[in-house]
Design a protein around this ligand. Structure first.
Ligand code: ADP
Length: 506
């Protein structure tokens, strides 16, 4: 039996580190942050009870270094490690190393991570458990000839997928037999480069499905429950941009079927902790297991707002061997929640990642809003880590009310210093297809040109341009050092004057 958890090492950075630190404090646990040299000034470092420097900015020398993380946990007297998402969260070797070091891994058993991390093994296990899988192969392909045979049997178009794939990488669409041999060779070498293993398999390419996922929680006392679905169909290059709960496409009866499949999937690998079963939902209503994410997801807040459950606090309780506090009988979705990922990417230039110092930040506020941010004014956004600045989440009694709140919030948000996805999100919130709930995984391909054409926020864009100009002016005229610790070079009073001049709400 592990000793009681009192101190948790948070092996991550940015918004999710801050989110976990807050949950630790609410559970009356101490939290220890870790940081790289690039993150000295990050808010998660200040929020923790203690912090340990890992090393230089590259993730391989900091957030991905298992020995450094274990040393930090030992040196600071932690009993547990929470991996967050990304970095080492889905590495079975990390979960194992943490347990071998006598510490509690806040996540599932290493065996469950391993089984779900191998996409063909996961497909075999799901099939055995009676969970429908996307048609295709359940073992890696041996050679191009086998790929051609299996593709023909499955029926074109097919997707070649890396067995060890993740993050939307290592997928190749093949529409005709003539392309399969070269696509197989390319997919293989891509998989070797990205994941260190060249195994690939085939899945039928589904036409215009929705990406629907089910949140589950399982505790060490044998309870596995589902907390409804999230609609994550708005994606770019298989990466999610906007998520909502519930989905307009899921009726209570379908929700029950999806939930039963999800809990069976989790049970089949002896899952414990918070996890997500991803499905593709075809236009005809059939659904297929896609994969399981064996960690907390970026988009978990929409589920929390609709079900009134704190998933990260439940993760901590479950890791400590306690039963979860959630009771299936009391679980009913209430209202609607939407999340926009505010990233440092230029939506009008192919979502090119942007770097620079975030010079000014005005966070929207008001009823039904949640800002899960990891960057504040004065912090630099670098290319070392993912470009997420914050998750803006809006809740409302209805989908329409949630969208309206999100629209207002996006209008209030001001970020100066680098391009962000803000304007893109505002345009989605005004898009007729989105408003009608007509989304599937091809939405962005279809809506992209339309979203880029229109100019929906001249007021805000003008204000940002003015603020940027003001900033440049202040820099030119005042070469003096900052007398106080305020990182924001624009004093609020100056901003207010500009905003009034521009006729903007404050
Ligand atoms: P990863 O592990 O890299 O995230 P997934 O298997 O979860 O890959 O797929 C990511 C996204 O790719 C899905 O959300 C969906 O948009 C698309 N996708 C994956 N498999 C299929 C398929 N068989 N047919 C159509 N689209 C797919």
């Amino acid at each position: 039996m592990p000793e009681v958890i009192r101190r948790v090492l948070v092996a991550n950075r940015g918004e999710i580190a801050l989110r976990i630190i807050r949950a630790c404090h609410e559970e009356h646990l101490e939290a220890v942050a870790v940081y790289s040299e690039a993150d000295r000034l990050s808010p998660h470092v200040r929020a923790a009870n203690a912090a340990a420097l890992l090393g230089p900015p590259p993730a391989s020398e900091s957030y991905l270094s298992i020995p450094k993380l274990l040393d930090a946990a030992r040196a600071t007297g932690c009993q547990a490690i929470h991996p967050g998402y990304g970095f080492l969260a889905e590495r079975a070797t990390f979960a194992r190393a943490v347990r071998d070091a006598g510490l509690v891994f806040v996540g599932p058993p290493a065996e469950a991570i391993q089984a779900m991390g191998d996409k063909t093994e996961a497909r075999r296990r799901m099939q055995a458990a009676g969970v429908p899988i996307v048609p295709g192969t359940i073992r890696p392909l041996q050679d191009a000839a086998e790929a051609a045979r299996e593709a023909k049997r499955t029926g074109y178009p097919v997707l070649l997928k890396a067995v060890a794939g993740g993050g939307g990488k290592g997928m190749r669409l093949v529409t005709a037999e003539g392309e399969i041999a070269s696509a197989f060779a390319a997919a293989r070498s891509e998989a070797v480069k990205a994941f260190g293993g060249g195994a690939v398999y085939i899945e039928k390419y589904l036409e215009r499905p929705r990406h629907i996922e089910i949140q589950i929680l399982a505790d060490a006392h044998g309870r596995v429950i589902a907390l409804g679905e999230r609609e994550c169909s708005i994606q770019r290059r298989h990466q999610k941009l906007v998520e909502e709960a519930p989905s307009v496409a899921v009726s209570p009866a379908l929700r029950r079927r999806l939930s039963d499949a999800a809990t069976a999937a989790a049970g089949a690998v002896g899952y414990v902790g918070a996890g997500t079963i991803e499905f593709l939902l075809a236009p005809g209503g059939e659904f297929y297991f896609l994969e399981m994410n064996t960690r907390i997801q970026v988009e978990h807040p929409v589920t929390e707002l609709v079900y009134g459950v704190d998933l990260v606090r439940e993760q901590l309780r479950i890791a400590g061997g306690q039963p979860m506090r959630v009771h299936p009988g009391t679980l009913h979705p209430r209202g609607h929640a939407i999340e926009c990922r505010i990233t440092a990417e230029d939506p009008f230039n192919e979502f090119l990642p942007a770097t620079g110092v975030l010079q000014y930040l005005r966070v929207p506020s008001g009823p039904g809003l949640r800002w899960d941010g990891g960057v504040e004014a004065g912090n630099a956004v670098t290319l070392y880590y993912d470009p997420l600045i914050a998750k803006l989440v809006a809740w409302g009694e209805t989908r329409e009310a949630a969208i309206e709140r999100m629209r207002q919030a996006l209008g209030e948000l001001v970020i100066v210093g680098l391009p962000t996805s803000q304007a893109f999100h505002l345009r989605v919130m005004e898009d007729p297809e989105f408003l009608r709930g007509e989304v599937d995984i091809t939405y962005l391909e279809r809506a992209g040109p339309r979203l880029r054409e229109r100019d929906l926020m001249p007021g805000l864009e003008r204000a940002v341009a003015v603020a940027a100009a003001l900033l440049a002016d202040e820099r030119r005229t005042s070469a003096r050092p900052q007398a106080h610790s305020d990182h924001s070079p624009i004093r609020p009073s100056t901003w207010a004057v500009v905003a009034r001049q521009e006729g903007l709400r404050q």
